[in-house]
Design a protein around this ligand. Sequence first.
Ligand SMILES: CC(C)(COP(=O)(O)OP(=O)(O)OC[C@H]1O[C@@H](n2cnc3c(N)ncnc32)[C@H](O)[C@@H]1OP(=O)(O)O)[C@@H](O)C(=O)NCCC(=O)NCCS
Length: 173
Amino acid sequence: MQIRPAKISDARAMAQIYVETWQATYRGILPDDYLDSMTVGDSEKALSREMGGAGVIGLVAEADRGHLAGLITGGIQRRRDCIYGGEIFSLYVRPPYQRQGIGKGLVTHLVDRMNRLDIFAVKVQVLQANPCRRFYEKLNGVLLASGRIRFAGTELAACTYGWLDTDLIKARF
Ligand SMILES: CC(C)(COP(=O)(O)OP(=O)(O)OC[C@H]1O[C@@H](n2cnc3c(N)ncnc32)[C@H](O)[C@@H]1OP(=O)(O)O)[C@@H](O)C(=O)NCCC(=O)NCCS
């Protein structure tokens, strides 16, 4: 497994991971019609736009024979939080590759790159109903806030996890 910067030519494979993982993770959380209407083409355009944004870091995990197993994007926190300067925007590992350390590897590589930009405090927003939020707790993320967001015509509970120092991600307690 190799973690490397995403290239524009990865956008289609990344979009496939995005759609596959959303449909597997958010079934029963987001409306079925929203999930069923997701397309790789739309997601490819959205990801290409996101990765072209100023200060956005995109990384992929490349598995056997060059197939992509996961992706992460992150960068400067979009709402200019004065404490948490960095944010994980998206993190998706294809279901067959989950629970093999790839998610942790992607987060670790992302924060290493953020550290080089002098970003040491990072946060991430996750839907409360997503069981994968335990992943952030395993990485010593602290629950900072809970609230409600509107998405796909539905109101959803969301929570924000944060690390005041990204070294906490690698620490074992
Ligand atoms: C969340 C996600 C990125 C984690 O990636 P992963 O490669 O499966 O996780 P890892 O194997 O690196 O796990 C790291 C640690 O978190 C734990 N963990 C991972 N997923 C977990 C879950 N759903 N519940 C509880 N613990 C979890 C692992 O057991 C591991 O703990 P350990 O170090 O004590 O063994 C992946 O499951 C995923 O893509 N999920 C669907 C999309 C999603 O929810 N993304 C986040 C939205 S913000």
